[in-house]
Design a protein around this ligand. Structure first.
Ligand code: CP3
Length: 341
């Protein structure tokens, strides 16, 4: 039997109810693990993403520790931008920093489509991971056009996305050219992962929640739809995730997602009503719940599982990435609690 028939994660993504609720954590690899910090000690973030052996090892570290129902490929949403020639670095404690932010049409020239040759280490790492992971599916991922555009236009992380929205409202033609190019890069990066054997993809539109539904539909949805529809015939689940997206859950499903990721602000049963029929959900424990007393944490985990039962399929996760201060032992305990539910 293929993985699609046996993996609880793939079955829930397909709208089925496997005999246990599957669970994995966004940002499960990384700073919470001492073995990650040791491996990364002398290697810059993006350099580690370009080393297939390191990518393989870092992706496997949380799988060994937590026994989740899926692995997520270790990389970063800005890696494909760097791979086509954008000058971008990840600064510890800050995030992605872009040397020449996008301000005018000429700044788009560097944004050419991504070719498999641009990221040979990605195909190599996905190939070895699929062999090593066996029955645990591998999730490939990319950043969505809006979230990438925000980093490119602001030059780094941003609270209000003011320059991004200013460009979106004042130069719609330039905006759509930019997002179209980013959609090509994103789809190209996902294509490399899927062709090398990734079992699912997740599109991270982390900052889309800054938009009203109207603006999302007009300025962003066509581009995210183009990315997701490029994988409509691959027979793999497409997960679409953003933070603070209560007002966008329906739209984020409609652009071509099989699974909608929900942050902790909207309970999953309410999210299911907003998303509409036929799509599974992923989420949505508050990442800060790991700091709660164990009885409070256990009650919250059970509440998420109960509400998730309102959807055709439910994949347990946090509502956003694992917080760096989390105790790995508590993460392992959450996997057990979900599996016992
Ligand atoms: O385990 C996993 O989830 C896989 C790896 C992964 C990373 N980044 C590794 C990483 C994934 C899926 C991402 C996606 C990503 N990167 C997103 C979307 C998800 C989200 O959190 O909303 C975003 C917005 C980024 C951009 C980014 N990269 C930020 C904001 C940061 C944090 C900067 C900091 O130091 O606080 C990064 C760096 C980054 N990406 C780290 C890791 C493990 C930390 C780098 C380190 O270990 O020093």
């Amino acid at each position: 039997m293929g993985l699609a028939a046996t993996s609880p994660f793939l079955r829930a993504a397909a709208g089925d109810r496997p005999d246990r609720v599957p669970v994995w954590f966004m940002r499960q690899a990384g700073r919470v693990l001492p073995e990650y910090r040791a491996l990364r000690a002398t290697t810059a973030m993006l350099d580690s993403c370009r080393n297939a052996d390191m990518v393989t090892e870092i992706t496997l570290q949380p799988v060994r520790r937590f026994r989740p129902d899926a692995a997520i490929f270790f990389s970063d949403i800005v890696l494909p931008l760097a791979a086509v020639g954008v000058e971008v670095d990840i600064v510890a404690g800050v995030g992605p920093v872009v040397a020449h932010p996008v301000r005018a049409r000429a700044d788009l020239d560097v944004l050419r489509p991504l070719q498999p040759d641009d990221v040979p280490y990605v195909s190599t790492a996905v190939g070895s991971l699929v062999r090593e992971l066996g029955a645990t599916p591998l999730i490939g991922f990319a950043g969505a056009p809006f979230t990438l555009a925000s980093y490119l236009i602001e030059g780094g992380p941003s609270r209000n996305h003011t320059r991004t929205k200013a460009l979106m409202y004042s130069e719609p033609e330039l905006w759509h050219d930019l997002l179209g190019r980013l959609a090509d890069i994103t789809a190209g990066f996902l294509r490399v992962q899927v062709d090398a054997g990734a079992d699912a993809v997740q599109l991270f539109d982390s900052w889309a929640g800054a938009l009203s539904e109207d603006d999302y539909l007009r300025y962003v949805a066509p581009h995210s739809r183009r990315v997701l529809s490029a994988f409509a015939d691959d027979g793999i689940p497409r997960i679409h995730f953003g933070v603070n997206t209560g007002q966008l859950l329906g739209a984020m499903g409609e652009v071509g997602a099989d699974v909608v990721g929900v942050d902790w602000r909207v309970p999953l049963d309410e999210a299911v009503t907003r998303i509409g029929p036929g799509r599974s959900v992923q989420g949505n424990l508050d990442p800060a719940a790991v700091f709660a007393p164990s009885d409070v944490l256990a009650a919250k985990v059970r509440d998420v599982c109960r509400r998730g039962a309102a959807a055709p399929g439910h994949i347990f996760n946090f509502g956003h990435g694992v917080l760096p201060e989390s105790d790995p032992g508590v993460l392992a305990h959450i996997v057990d609690l979900v599996h016992q539910f």
